[in-house]
Design a binder for this molecule. Sequence first.
Ligand code: GLU
Length: 292
Amino acid sequence: MRKRNWLAIGLAMLALTVLTLAGCGKKEENNTGVASSSPSQSSSASPSGASAGGTPTLDAIKSRGKLVVGVKFDTRLFGLKDPSSGNVEGFDIDIAKGLAKELLGDESKLELKEVTSKTRIPMLDNGDIDLIIATMTITEERKQQVDFSDVYFKAGQSLLVKKGSPIQSVADIKKGTKVIGVKGSTSVKNIAEKAPDATVLEFDNYQDAFTALKAGQGDVLTTDNAILYGMASQDSNYEVVGGTFTDEPYGIAAKKGNADLVAFVNGYLKKLHDSGEYDKLYEKWIGATPIQ
Ligand code: GLU
């Protein structure tokens, strides 16, 4: 009798374990063979090799056999997910693939997780991702929270307006002007300094921000020129105006104190430049875009 009870408990526990394992960490394979997951689909567990809140060292990533990178899914030219194919594509994505290939011998040994400007540092802190490659500007404030690689892309903040808009530069942003931006970006902080009288409307991501501009919820959208050109290329009613009014040097971020990983990333970036591969990547993603 007693034995049977233990057996029943044992079987129930086994069933529970199987169900839990089947239910968590559900990933989508996209056509490039790179697994990607948005926050709703990703496992709450940290990638192995990174205990929650721990630091994913280079060795731990190697023995895990997979690099987990936080990228944008909403930013044309840098990290954009095609909802029909499931592919995530862009300049940042190609850098992530190159890093996976360099580190693990195969670019498919990469998992891409969606981050937004607001979630990227918390996700790195939690151990959800090993690296952030997501249009992220190196700033003194962020340097207190993460370690950055060398600069891998130089952008600058600019403005996107509907053609014919009276706003042609940051000086035209007056009291009552509604400026659209994204939470957690340098762009919303910078615009509050450059145009202190503006009303800033903050959205969760760049897709929502552009939709809001098109719906007339704001007069102007502000972020990095390269991101804005990606939007303008989608709709000829919109244009980038006013040149740039900040410097936004992009860096790849690792958890603080992860010196091996940062050194590896810097080595890879140097190789990318030395081999001429960087110029090819730039041409592939930015070449057709007339950046001022
Ligand atoms: N590069 C800026 C930043 O890091 C704006 C782009 C973004 O929101 O990622 O905040």
